[in-house]
Design a binder for this molecule. Sequence first.
Ligand code: ADP
Ligand code: MG
Ligand code: MG
Length: 252
Amino acid sequence: MLSIDNLHASVEDKTIIKGLNLEVKPGEVHAIMGPNGAGKSTLGYVLSGREGYEVNEGAATLNGKDLLDLEVEERAREGLFLAFQYPVEIPGVSNMEFLKESVNALREHRGEEPLTAAEFLKKAKAACKQVNLPLDFLKRGVNEGFSGGEKKRNEIMQMILLEPSLCILDESDSGLDVDALQVVADGVNSQRDGQRSFIVVTHYQRLLDYIKPDFVHILADGKIVKSGDASLALEVEKSGYAFLGKAYEEAD
Ligand code: ADP
Ligand code: MG
Ligand code: MG
């Protein structure tokens, strides 16, 4: 599914990702933890092709295609979903119109018939219900005046409707309360189907109580320095990042 090989990337001439390797197979859930400033969010941005993030070395393929060579929209069409990719407010465009357009663009790419307004509405209603958002939410402008919790629910609703093959969720800095945490976890768990893969970036071991990851990786100073199963997250919860050495003891 996703294969990252010796990735080096920089922002504003500052090298942040320094030789990162990661393999994600279909159906797997990978959690990425690590001290603040390690490069976790940067990794997500680089993979999604955000402007200003430069790849200096290495490769990344998604379903065998050179991911780094694709335009942002093409990455999405190849099935990549980055949860914080659509955080901008789009005044005058309703959530409903925006999502319907996005879903039908993906369907067209996959050679599927576009959903009719009625078909889309049915799916959107179900998704709203699942993330516990009132239906009139669909009529509001994209992210216009959404609260933090609503943005989070909306993000998960987008994920459900877009049916991506690889989802990257960055939960590091969002200050999730238990309620929102549960929405994220339920959303991920409901979309796990043995084919769809997830990379969940988190500071909170708590989230991983609800989303049982197949693998946990510790990202520090731009590299994955340790990988293990779910028990690695518990180890971090207990002892912090002291095992990384002096430089990280203070972080977070
Ligand atoms: P994490 O998500 O692991 O906390 P980030 O990926 O957000 O870390 O940041 C990694 C490092 O890159 C930090 O030192 C941060 O200050 C730096 N960084 C991130 N974005 C920029 C930017 N636009 N310009 C300069 N430095 C940046
Ligand atoms: Mg951070
Ligand atoms: Mg971050």
